[in-house]
Design a protein around this ligand. Structure first.
Ligand code: 13P
Length: 280
């Protein structure tokens, strides 16, 4: 069932768990993640970032994601991740995405507010939700840039949330996209201050490489949506490698099965940690 993201995140906020937001780039990943969500009766979010569209064009993968959500036996929100341009955000909304992120985190504060506000206005016209980001999450979504981490300032987060009308707010607390070079040291003190000043559900990007204990601590401190991308891509790749090594790939459809299996196992693992099993 296709639902709005805010519906899932407000339930998560009240229930003290987080919803996994899994990046996908093909049908096999979509199928594996939905299978894990259905089996565990978990709400889930499917997402794709603007930088990934060169490999998976929005006009093709977008309708596939929406159709998968509509046909799922659990509530699924379809989210446009790290939107850079209002043009692509509008295209995602036209396709039926139920939430969009405008990532203006690299812009000066007032410019980030102005652009995120615009995205919120677009989304509101479609009855959809918006996610904004304040502070800089390290790395970049496709690994092409090594962006430095710049932690969110709690007072700015409160003002940002109020002036942009977002339904979800991504924070920077030492988290980074991609595989971490060193063990992440998350600033739980900053997260706690943000949670105390901001009402809207908080989002943790850069989920790959964060340990179960740190995920649980983040959830206790107000994180309601956790983005996972690299872990899915790595899991799919490793599942295929293992299947070849074990001589299980006899033809194309065995390869496809191994891909679905990799995405499924990775989603299952995260659903268990995030506490969202049985919440659908
Ligand atoms: P990872 O690739 O580190 O899991 O980050 C995912 C993400 O935050 C997508 O927005």
């Amino acid at each position: 069932m296709l639902v709005n993201m805010s519906e899932l995140l407000l339930d998560a906020q009240n229930g003290g768990y987080a919803v996994g937001s899994f990046s996908v780039s093909n049908m096999e990943m979509v199928l594996g993640i939905i299978k894990a969500a259905e089996e565990t009766k978990s709400p889930i979010i499917l997402q794709i970032a603007e930088v990934r569209l060169n490999h998976s064009p929005l006009e093709i993968i977008g309708p596939l994601m929406v159709a998968a959500a509509e046909n799922a036996g659990v509530p699924v929100a379809v989210h446009f991740d790290h939107g850079k341009t209002l043009e692509k955000i509008e295209q995602a909304l036209d396709i039926g995405f139920t939430s969009v992120m405008l990532d203006g985190s690299h812009l000066p504060f007032e410019e980030n507010i102005a652009l995120t506000r615009k995205a919120s206005e677009y989304a509101a016209d479609y009855g959809a939700d918006t996610e904004g980001e304040i502070g800089c999450v390290g790395g970049s979504e496709d690994g092409s840039e090594d962006i430095a981490i710049n932690c969110t300032k709690p007072e700015q987060a409160a003002e940002f949330a109020k002036r942009t009308d977002v339904q979800a707010l991504a924070v920077a607390i030492g988290n980074a996209h991609g595989n971490y070079k060193d063990e992440p040291k998350l600033r739980f003190d900053i997260l706690e201050k943000i949670r105390d000043t901001v009402d809207v559900p908080l989002v943790l990007h850069g989920g790959t490489g964060i340990c179960a204990q740190d995920f649980r601590r983040c959830i206790e401190l107000g994180i309601c949506k956790i983005n996972i991308a690299t872990a899915t891509f790595d899991a799919v790749q490793n599942s295929v490698k293992t299947a070849y090594a074990e001589n299980r790939i006899k033809g194309y459809y065995d390869l496809q099965t191994a891909e679905v299996e990799g995405a499924y196992r990775n989603a299952l693992k995260h659903i268990e940690i995030f506490g969202c099993a049985g919440k659908a």
